[in-house]
Ligand binder design. Structure first.
Ligand code: 3HC
Ligand code: NAI
Length: 694
């Protein structure tokens, strides 16, 4: 059932019922229109109430239906709204919990609106790269006024119902029964005529042109590559400058334009990708989870401190364990300093700071953490050190405690084997700075228990992270792919590019930071240490030696004030350095390479397709469950541009045959051996499919 019909006395009640959020798909729209027609045909019915079952009035149009034939099948949302608005009996929207997008637009077409307090009211279409396409841009300004409506539409931010008195005829107390009250309201106004219609109101805003021009300028400056925010301004402007019907037509036209844009497709992909990431086929949603009420962190360094903050922010008490008191003191001082900075920025109160610090304990003794429900190890990246820690954890931790490791490169299965309880061991790979970055790679060992995985996924939500499951492999999803990207960045230097050109090209493509600025931020010595290990363990893998030469110059990055670029104290601006550039040119000469001019297009293709090709291998091996998980890793952990949807989605938009052709071409060039097309990529390209094809 997608909308139920019931009669309460003289009032017909239509309840949208399309779980989880009553998205208005074709079946729901059809049932709602039929419900209104049935009520109009029944002489005993004097008024109609529309409400929503479960946890929402309505989350809006059914996004899953976009770009499918159903979206274009009548009755459209417009038809449903027009049916409500033109009804000869009063229609009342009874709103609770969530009323968004098309849901709010439907309520604006109703003659009256009543609501529970605390309902989230929004036109969030802009967050999906769209604008409200079912009259929202024309009706909301007629109810709220130009400025508040524009703010809501351009930001997409939900506003609690009680803060929008102009929108509602009645807002009830929290303990009131909504349906009963709405029916009573409908009975009260049943005979009032004429029926009030939002479309008949006017938007009054003296000197609206000046305001609209100001809005255009502000929004343009903030929108970056996204076209939707400015389109929102233009359509809202039409509510003042055009007749209602013309404004509606204009809105429709711009909506249909936006829905086809890559930016909107990318945002919708990211919306679903984020939600899909928490789904693991063999770990159903009802898998029991373990209770997490107390946490412990081993190692109070860069990562341990940041990880602790995540738990503290979520109200979970944390005990930090270290080998030395000084390390503990330093870790705790850093946590406090981070919170103090947040207080200075006005984003946290001093009282909350103390509350959070009050949840933090520290110790040098394992016995003090034995009762924790989860322990996250964040000690040095050395298997010997990890072994000692995990053997000790196995000895002291209470049965059922989750033993998590934050390792970025080591084998989680090997770590699990140091314990007698490998089912309790899992990788929780936080990204630096751990209190800021959204990504949490959850590394599933070969013996990790399903309940442990389900608990880690639930925990990631509690910590406000995007949890993405990865299998065990060197570098997991994110770092394994970035290695190929970094290799290409190095080869580009050997062939003729300089760091600044590579970074600028990557940043123009939309990366938050190019590879060399990123190296300087993370510390070039980290990659150096990894390569030194690889030179011994995997001599068959080729790397450019420029990064090694840079480290030999002592230029580790921002922390040493010098890396690929120079840095001034307290300033993260990267200034090109002549000696570094001379070193790069000399290195090409030493290799006998005649440097050539490399186009920005080639730079971007080589960086991004290196990610894509490795991503395809990861997918094929089952290390990632789905292409969209890889995209989430890159969108939330590596600054990949959101409007391009992640590397795998981006490759789909380019077309896999084109990606493959470029890879074949680069395979004939410098260090062509680095380009072995992934079999999955070849297979999909030959079938003209994409990674995300259903
Ligand atoms: N259509 C289809 N499915 C939707 C949906 C929608 N509009 N909104 C949410 N869902 C689905 C999610 O995909 C998820 O599905 P899953 O359980 O299978 O993974 C499920 O509902 C629950 O979503 P959340 O995990 O996000 O649940 P929350 O309770 O945290 O949040 C919400 C609920 C506030 C409604 C949030 O999902 C949300 O913000 N949704 C998007 C709302 C939106 O953008 N609406 C505008 C749609 S476009 C439109 O209306 C066009 C019109 O102007 C013409
Ligand atoms: P760090 O060197 O800043 O901190 C490590 C801390 O562990 C130190 O304070 C040290 O005193 C403590 N320690 C060492 N041995 C210990 C033991 N036996 N018992 C208790 N404490 C011990 O290191 P960082 O950067 O925090 O890294 C920690 C882990 O996180 C490593 O596995 C690393 O690979 C991983 N990681 C690091 C990231 C980064 O960007 N720094 C990102 C993601 C993961």
């Amino acid at each position: 059932m997608t909308a139920e019909y019931q009669v309460h006395g003289a009032v017909a009640v239509i309840t949208l019922n399309n779980p989880p959020v009553n998205g208005m798909g074709l079946e729901t729209r059809t049932a709602a229109v039929k419900g209104i027609q049935r009520a109009l045909a029944d002489d005993a019915v004097k008024a109609i109430v529309i409400t929503g079952a479960g946890k929402a009035f309505s989350g809006g149009a059914d996004i899953k239906e976009f770009n499918t034939p159903k979206a274009l099948t009548e009755p459209s949302l417009h038809t449903l709204i027009a049916t409500a608005e033109s009804a000869t009996k009063p229609v009342v929207a009874a709103i609770h919990s969530v009323c968004m997008g098309g849901g709010l637009e439907l309520s604006l077409g109703c003659h009256y609106r009543v609501a529970m307090p605390g309902a989230q009211i929004a036109l969030p279409e802009v967050k999906l790269g769209l604008l409200p396409g079912a009259g929202g841009t024309q009706r909301l300004p007629r109810v709220l006024g130009l400025e508040p409506a524009l703010n809501m539409i351009v930001s997409g931010t939900p506003v609690p119902s009680e803060q929008l008195p102009a929108l509602f005829d009645e807002i009830y107390a929290a303990d009131v029964d909504l349906l009963q009250s709405a029916v009573a309201f409908a009975e009260k106004i049943a005979d009032v005529r004429p029926l009030p219609k939002v479309r008949e109101r006017k938007v009054d805003y003296p000197n609206h042109e000046a305001f609209l021009q100001f809005s255009r300028n502000t929004v343009k400056a903030m929108a970056g590559p996204f076209p939707a925010p400015l389109e929102c301004v233009e359509t809202v402007a039409a509510s003042v400058t055009m007749k209602f019907e013309d404004g509606l037509k204009f809105e429709r036209e711009r909506f249909l334009h936006l829905i086809q844009t890559t930016e909107s497709k990318a945002l919708r992909h990211a919306f679903f990708a984020e939600r899909m990431a928490s789904k693991v086929p063999d770990v159903p949603a009802d898998t029991p989870v373990r209770t997490i009420q107390r946490a412990a962190i081993v190692g109070a360094g860069t990562m341990g401190g940041g990880i602790a903050m995540n738990f503290l922010n979520a109200g979970i008490p944390v005990t930090l364990l270290e080998t030395r008191q000084e390390a503990l003191d330093k870790g705790i001082a850093t946590i406090r300093k981070n919170y103090e900075n947040t207080v200075k920025k006005g984003k946290l109160t001093a009282e909350k700071l103390e509350q959070r610090m009050g949840l933090l304990n520290s110790t040098l003794a394992y016995e003090d953490i034995a009762g924790a429900d989860i322990v996250v190890e964040a000690v040095f990246e050395d298997m010997g050190v990890k072994e000692a820690v995990f053997r000790k954890l196995d000895e002291v931790m209470k049965p059922g405690a989750i033993l998590a490791t934050n390792t970025s490169t080591l084998d989680v299965d090997q770590i699990a084997a140091f314990t007698g309880r490998p089912q309790d061991v899992i990788g929780t790979h936080f990204f630096s700075p751990a209190n800021v970055m959204k990504l949490l790679e959850i590394v599933r060992g070969s013996q990790t228990g399903k309940d442990v995985l389900a608990t880690a996924l639930a925990l990631s939500r509690k910590l406000k992270k995007t949890g993405v499951v990865s299998g065990v492999c060197d570098g997991f999803i994110g770092n394994r792919m970035i290695e190929q990207y970094s290799r290409q960045a190095g080869f580009l230097l050997e062939e003729g590019a300089l760091p600044e050109q590579v970074d600028k090209a990557a940043e123009k493509f939309g990366f938050a930071m190019g590879p060399f600025r990123m190296g300087d931020l993370a510390g070039n010595d980290i990659g150096w240490a990894i390569r030194k290990r690889r030179y011994v363990e995997k001599p068959e893998i080729s790397y450019s030696r420029t990064a090694d030469l840079l480290c030999e110059m002592g230029r580790y990055g921002q922390k040493t004030g010098a890396g690929w670029y120079d840095y001034k104290p307290g300033d993260r601006t990267a200034y090109p350095n002549a000696q570094v550039n001379a070193m790069i040119v000399q290195h090409s000469a030493d290799l006998g390479i005649g440097r050539r001019k490399i186009s920005d297009k080639e730079i971007v293709e080589r960086l991004v397709y290196a990610l894509v090709n490795e991503g395809a291998l990861i997918l094929e091996e089952g290390v990632a469950l789905r292409a969209s998980d890889i995209d989430m890793v890159y969108l939330t952990g590596y600054g990949f541009p959101l409007y391009r949807g992640g590397p795998m989605f981006y490759a789909d938009t380019v077309g896999l045959p084109n990606v493959l052709a470029a890879i074949h071409q680069y395979a004939r060039g410098h260090h062509g051996e680095a380009w072995q097309p992934a079999p999955l990529l070849v297979k999909l390209a030959e079938a003209n499919l994409g990674f995300n094809s259903k």
